[in-house]
Design a protein around this ligand. Sequence first.
Ligand code: SF4
Length: 89
Amino acid sequence: MPEHYTEPVNALYSCMKGTNQANPRCIALEGTVGQQVSCSMYEQRSSSCKEVQIADEQCNKARRAHNLIPLVLVEAANDGQDPDFDRVS
Ligand code: SF4
């Protein structure tokens, strides 16, 4: 990861440049927030980036900071198959 992509949080920790502010915008984020974005270094992203999951607290905190509605995970729709049904062949 390029060193200029990070900034210090304290003496021990650093973060992606742009993420430690009230209106976060990571230096590696490409695109327009609210329309379409992607990570320009997805394969090399940090472990802390990998910990964030869609619709989790961190994800929705970032969405709120950009006036986007929070995401809620829903379970996949049942395909109509009864898993307890014994098939006769
Ligand atoms: S996943 Fe990519 S764009 Fe998002 S914070 Fe991490 S480095 Fe930045």
